[in-house]
Design a protein around this ligand. Structure first.
Ligand SMILES: C[S@@+](CC[C@H](N)C(=O)[O-])C[C@H]1O[C@@H](n2cnc3c(N)ncnc32)[C@H](O)[C@@H]1O
Length: 187
């Protein structure tokens, strides 16, 4: 979000938790940039219809119970011709496959073993209440109201792996099996 503001955009931001909003406000203050950041629910955005040129959300909408409702809110608040840029976790990713395998064989990670849902939930902390991961087909269905839907995947850089191994992963695998499913679409 900060990068959008640095590029001259007028930024409004919403998060469910007051602490996240405080951090956003602090960060924007540090850079001397204005932001309208408020506590709010992605499933019921506190904005009028057709009011934004861009809606950006990174790693949030898979934590809300009704993700399709949140996607419909993105559509509602975008202006016609406006652009959605959204990241959701990707179900068919090496990250999930390898993470679950490690969890199943190592006692250290046993608490996060089990279903994909449980592994993905615990990826953001064992006390994270909800995390989901989506297939490309599910995303196409959820975003069917949008035009010009483009999907791509990348992987988070893994700490402990050298830059060359991370780079090799991006080039060889992550474009198809990456954990971050990046969705770009137009209203
Ligand atoms: C893993 S964090 C990602 C935060 C940030 N985008 C980032 O990349 O660091 C997920 C965030 O989603 C927020 N969240 C979950 N459900 C939400 C909802 N229904 N509406 C708004 N924010 C929500 C949580 O409060 C949390 O701050």
């Amino acid at each position: 979000m900060l990068q959008f503001a640095r590029g001259g955009a007028v930024v409004s931001a919403v998060d469910l938790t007051p602490r996240s909003i405080e951090l956003v406000q602090q960060r924007f203050r540090l850079y001397g940039l204005p932001v309208d950041a408020r506590v709010g629910d992605a499933e019921k955005l506190p904005f009028s219809d057709n009011s934004f040129d861009v809606v950006y959300s990174f790693g949030v909408l898979h934590h809300t119970p009704n993700t399709p409702k949140a996607v419909s809110e993105v559509y509602r608040v975008l202006k016609p011709g406006g652009r959605a840029i959204i990241m959701l976790y990707h179900r068919h990713s090496m990250h999930v496959a390898i993470g679950r395998a490690v969890a199943n064989i190592s006692a250290k990670y046993r608490t996060v073993s089990g279903t994909v849902e449980n592994w993905v939930r615990a990826y953001d902390g064992s006390d994270n209440p909800l995390g989901k991961a989506y297939t490309r087909a599910e995303v196409r269905s959820m975003f069917r109201a949008f035009k010009d839907l483009r999907l791509s995947t990348v992987d988070p850089v893994r700490r402990g792996l050298s830059p060359s191994v991370n780079g090799l992963n991006q080039r060889l695998f992550a474009w198809w099996w990456g954990f971050y499913l990046v969705i770009k679409a137009i209203k």
